[in-house]
Design a protein around this ligand. Structure first.
Ligand code: DQA
Length: 149
């Protein structure tokens, strides 16, 4: 197995398929995990998952990734993207290459979604590709790690 990648999802992403399907689609969180597992296997990366609706639990997961020697993080912080300096600090503090993902195209939505506190601490952002964006994020991490490790 190659790189160890953590796929981290923030608040309300466990509600995929239920919440605003016109924006986030009809596929569920479990469908998302299945899709990513398949892609990770094809790419020969070891993938693990964590989702929480709680800011502190997400920070704990980022700190745990440091001790678990995770090579890269795919992170959809949900609404915490736009509010959380604590999560941005956590991403910065572990120095693990991180790709920010948003299922929707946040750049064309409400003005409060234009702000991302974590963006400057990430190696890349994927927006508006739907669930497939998580696979794109894995590809970008593999490419980044190949060049920088
Ligand atoms: C989101 C976009 C955020 O603005 C929103 O709060 C979410 C999901 C996305 O994946 O498009 O919860 O991160």
């Amino acid at each position: 197995m190659g790189y160890k990648i953590l796929v981290l999802n923030g608040p309300n992403l466990n509600f995929l398929g239920i919440r605003e399907p016109q924006i986030y689609g009809h596929e569920t969180y479990d469908d998302l995990l299945l899709m990513i597992k398949k892609h990770a296997a094809e790419c020969n990366v070891e993938v693990s998952f964590f989702q929480s609706n709680h800011e502190g639990a997400l920070i704990d997961a980022i700190q745990k990734a440091y001790f678990d020697k995770i090579d890269g993080i795919v992170f959809n912080p949900g609404a915490y993207t736009h509010t959380s300096i604590a999560l941005a600090d956590a991403v910065k503090s572990v120095s693990i290459p991180t790709v920010e993902v948003h299922i929707s195209d946040v750049s064309t939505r409400e003005s409060f979604r234009q702000v991302s506190y974590i963006r400057e601490h990430t190696v890349s952002q994927v927006v508006g590709e739907g669930l497939k964006g998580y696979n794109t994020a894995i590809d970008r991490l593999i490419e980044y790690l190949g060049k920088n490790r």
